[in-house]
Design a protein around this ligand. Structure first.
Ligand SMILES: NC(=O)c1ccc[n+]([C@@H]2O[C@H](COP(=O)([O-])OP(=O)(O)OC[C@H]3O[C@@H](n4cnc5c(N)ncnc54)[C@H](O)[C@@H]3O)[C@@H](O)[C@H]2O)c1
Length: 475
């Protein structure tokens, strides 16, 4: 009888069932004949994230059989974590032309990309073995998220790893605007010595108004207070203030009191043009505006007028309604019709969407996305997935040796749970969670006292259902 080595050291006898099951599950996982228990990530962070009593690592495959393709020079932190789990990792410096990508993606269970690789329906159709995509960046527009979900492929990204970088940039800009640093520096670059103190200020004692008190806004609040600023913020949600900051009930109240107004809201219909002519006129005369959130939040022609009239004494913009796809001399009226008017203004800092672009943010992105991939591959948890419902179960512990975790990704149609529970109901279901997002639902159940024959039977019965998108069993 052939035996499968389980991670906890116990032997699972699969016998002839194994070869069959191995073939049947190959689209979602690989049974391994390796006698060696796969090693587990050594990262302290990951271990802490799984901080349960002796959690039992789950996976019925040999990690070395698990193929991961990383494109676009994914940060070393992410590559190291994935290699630390002994997956078979191939890391390429660049993206690939579509035809080559289609060739390479056929073979892998995981792909990691940044913003240049387009995972379209055509590419994903070829990805027969793919179970998960890691976007080692903030956005996920480059992936056909809906099609990926319909194929049972989860997508993870790292939306908040660069919050600190943005907050620090904004602090720098507050000081630079208050002291007209951009203008003084430009003048001296042109050979002009212009030593002035008129209209230049310390930031100590001034009021900062933060619109959107989320990851970035709240970091900024702490930094600004350390500089002696008074912080007020407006958010649509009631949020606990950090330090001595105060939430104000209306935007108008914020505009009336703030010397500096900074926007940190998401792109939503309500935030499009949220700072326009009317709002600029409510701000204190001679105040400053900063936008490092999304390009449509500030009505830029209205800002140009407000700066020309002296209503606004300075501004810093990091984001624009249209942004070029690559670096070069693109910031002209061809890109945005007011670009040249904007460039001619005094005391305006224009940066090319670099708020989150730091080495530290890249490294944090590598860690966060790699950890999400490892959790998904080995435990099935979808926390943080952008195209799947968020489902997670408490870890099994090493004193629960005969458990199996069943993951059933299925079409969200009436009656599925009844059918699935008829299959699972013959067994001892310890815990179960299911949730849906649009047309796709994700069910995870831990079942105890199961033999290998039962595992095979469960798997085959679930695979046989019409609603099935993907079945995985982890033990
Ligand atoms: N410039 C860059 O490089 C860069 C980098 C990272 C993030 N960003 C952008 O910065 C923005 C903020 O990011 P975050 O990580 O802090 O987001 P977040 O989701 O953590 O916080 C956003 C906050 O805005 C609040 N909000 C939503 N609608 C609002 C409204 N109409 N009025 C007031 N508050 C509202 C939310 O309740 C939330 O507290 C996002 O648009 C993000 O895309 C830019």
């Amino acid at each position: 009888m052939e035996s499968e080595s389980a991670i906890d050291g116990t032997s699972l006898d699969l016998g002839p069932a194994k070869a069959e099951l191995s073939r049947r599950v190959s689209s979602s996982l690989n049974f391994s004949t390796s006698p060696h228990p796969p090693s587990w990530p050594k990262s302290g962070d990951f271990a802490r994230a799984q901080s349960f009593v002796s959690p039992k690592p789950l996976k019925p495959f040999n990690t070395a059989d698990f193929k991961i393709l990383l494109l676009e020079n994914v940060n070393k932190t992410g590559v190291d974590l994935l290699e630390g789990v002994n997956y078979q990792v191939t890391s390429l410096k660049s993206s690939l032309p579509e035809d080559e990508l289609i060739e390479k993606i056929r073979d892998v269970q995981v792909i990691g990309i940044r913003s240049k690789t387009k995972l379209t329906e055509r590419v994903l159709k070829a990805a027969k073995n793919l179970i998960v995509i890691g976007c080692f960046c903030i956005g996920t527009n480059q992936v056909d998220l809906k099609y990926a979900a319909e194929r049972g492929i989860a997508v993870f990204n790292s939306p908040f790893s660069n919050s600190r970088s943005v907050a620090e940039l904004v602090i720098g800009e507050i000081i630079a605007l208050a002291r007209q640093l951009g203008d003084r520096s430009n003048e001296l670059h042109r050979g002009t010595w212009n030593k002035v103190s008129n209209g230049c200020w310390e930031i100590r004692g001034k009021t900062l108004g933060i619109i959107g008190y989320g990851h970035i806004g709240s970091q900024l609040s702490v930094l600004a207070e350390a500089f002696g600023m008074t912080v007020i913020y407006y958010d649509t949600v009631n949020l606990m203030a950090l330090g001595t900051a105060k939430q104000v009930p209306t935007l108008e109240e914020l505009f009336k009191a703030a010397d500096f107004v900074t926007c940190h809201v998401p792109e939503l219909p309500e935030t499009t043009g949220m700072i326009g002519r009317e709002e600029l006129s409510q701000m204190k005369r001679g105040s400053y505006l900063i936008n490092a959130s999304r390009g449509h939040v500030v009505d830029i022609p209205a800002l140009i007028n407000a700066m020309r009239s002296g209503q606004i004494a300075g501004a810093a913009l990091d984001v624009y309604p249209s942004e070029p796809g690559g670096n070069g001399d693109y910031f002209s009226n061809d890109l945005n019709p007011w670009a040249e008017d904007l460039r001619r203004l005094k005391n305006i800092i224009l940066t090319p969407h670099i708020g989150g672009s730091t080495e530290e943010a890249q490294s944090a992105i590598g860690i966060e996305v790699a950890q999400a991939l490892i959790r998904y591959i080995n435990d099935g948890a979808t926390l943080g997935a952008v195209n799947m419902p968020e489902v997670s179960l408490r870890s099994l512990t090493i004193d629960e040796p005969n458990h199996v975790r069943v993951i059933y990704i299925h079409r969200n149609v009436p009656g599925v749970l009844k059918t699935v529970n008829e299959i699972l109901g013959d067994h001892n279901v310890d815990k179960q969670m299911t949730d849906s997002r649009g047309d796709v639902a994700y069910l995870m159940a831990d079942i105890s006292d199961v033999s290998n024959t039962v595992i095979k039977d469960l798997y085959q019965r679930l695979e046989g259902l019409n609603s099935r998108i993907m079945t995985r069993v982890l033990f």
